[in-house]
Each structure stands twice: as C-alpha cells, then as structure tokens.
Design a protein around this ligand. Structure first.
Ligand code: BEZ
Length: 211
C-alpha cells in the first residue's frame, strides 16, 4: 500500500556513496529528506543534486539530513558525482543511495509504472525526528524540483510542530501565521502574547511565535 503522511518511514539498509547506511540509525534525531531521481548522468538530476549540495548549510541549520536515490549502481554514482561537482561548481557532500534492484524504490513507491517501470520518478519524503513522514511530493522526470520551496515547507513543518499555528498561502519564515482553529478566542492572549488580528472568527493572524 502507498505510504501516507503520518506513517513511519520504512527503514532499510542500503549501499550509498558514503558507505552502507541503516536509514533510521543514520537519521538519528535529525529531520530527513529522502529524494529520488530517474537516473544518473541525466541533465535535470545533475542540476538538482548540485542545488542540494549548495544548500547543505540551509539544511544543516534546520537539523535536516538529505539523502538521494537513483536506481543506478554505486560505481556509476561515483563517476556521476565528479560531473556534478564539475558542472555545478560544488561538492556533493551527502549520500546517494544505489538501488539497482529497486529495493528502496519499491519500499517507498518511487516507481510509477505508467511513467516508467525502469526508473524512479522524482519523489520527495520529508521525515521528522519521530521517523514519521511529514511531506510527500511527486514530480515527473521532466520537471526539476524547487528546493527553496522544500526549505520553506520544512520551516513550516518545524514551526507548526511546536506551536498551535498553521502557515498561510505563500508564507515565508518571518511572516505572520494563522492561529489554529482549535485555540479558543479567550485563550489567544496567553498563548500569543505578541498580539493577534481577528479578520474573521476562523481567520486569526499572529506574528510568528518563534521569532
Ligand atoms: C533528467 O534528469 O534530466 C531527466 C531524466 C529523465 C527524463 C527526462 C529528464
């Protein structure tokens, strides 16, 4: 059955460009981003992996470990990394899983046979420190992902995990947030001392509480 939000991210042991990884153990207390690629030595994937390498500081700031997957073998990944580093002017500094017999891909439903039965689609799983799946994205092979958007969603996930708020459309870190509908009007002042604006009974905004 397909994975859903709130499910425990399946654990696995896999060969990667940074050695054998036991996934849950490797995650430790970090958040995780597991993302798949159709194949090595493909143009869009090359730009994506270069982008994630350049964003490592942003992921680290948020206590997020990134791990990529493609169905090609390890020696191919090692050669491809040289190309990524050269063409994207960076150093790939996170593991890429080699999944030639689709073990992890099948576990995470990354093969979509009506797109291709030989290659993974562009799946993204964000996993919380509790090992539960917090976000699932699926992109077609022809569309490179927006990793700034992924960071934005992680900011929202981390904020809403610890405060009774939600983030409105196009929210960015630092913008006002929505007070959870579960919070009664009479409890707002104590919970949100920075103040709030009541636009409608169901639409109450407050400054971002952790800023
Ligand atoms: C790419 O990563 O460039 C790509 C992979 C499969 C199909 C189309 C593009």
């Amino acid at each position: 059955m397909a994975l859903r939000l709130g499910d425990i991210a399946p654990d696995f042991t896999a060969e990667t460009t940074e050695g054998t990884i036991e996934f849950h153990k490797w995650l430790g207390n970090s958040w995780g981003v597991l993302f798949s690629h159709p194949a090595d030595f493909t143009p869009v994937c090359t730009t994506e992996l270069g982008t994630v390498a350049k964003l490592q500081n942003e992921f680290k700031k948020r206590n997020v470990k990134t791990i990529a997957l493609s169905v090609d073998p390890l020696d191919s990944h090692m050669e491809w990394i040289k190309d990524i580093n050269e063409t994207q002017h960076t150093t790939v500094n996170f593991p890429i899983i080699a999944d030639p017999i689709f073990e992890v891909s099948k576990l995470y439903d990354m093969i979509h046979p009506n797109a291709s039965d030989r290659f993974t689609v562009r799946s993204v799983f964000v996993i919380g420190p509790d090992k539960k799946i917090k976000l699932i994205l699926t992109y077609p092979a022809s569309t490179g992902r927006n990793f700034d958007e992924l960071l934005r969603v992680i900011d929202s996930l981390q904020l809403t995990a610890s405060h009774s708020v939600a983030t409105p459309a196009n929210w960015r870190d630092g913008d006002d947030v929505v007070i959870s509908p579960a919070i009664k009007d009479e409890d707002i002042a104590a919970k949100f001392p920075k103040g709030h604006t009541k636009i409608k009974p169901y639409l109450r905004l407050t400054p971002q509480p952790n800023k």
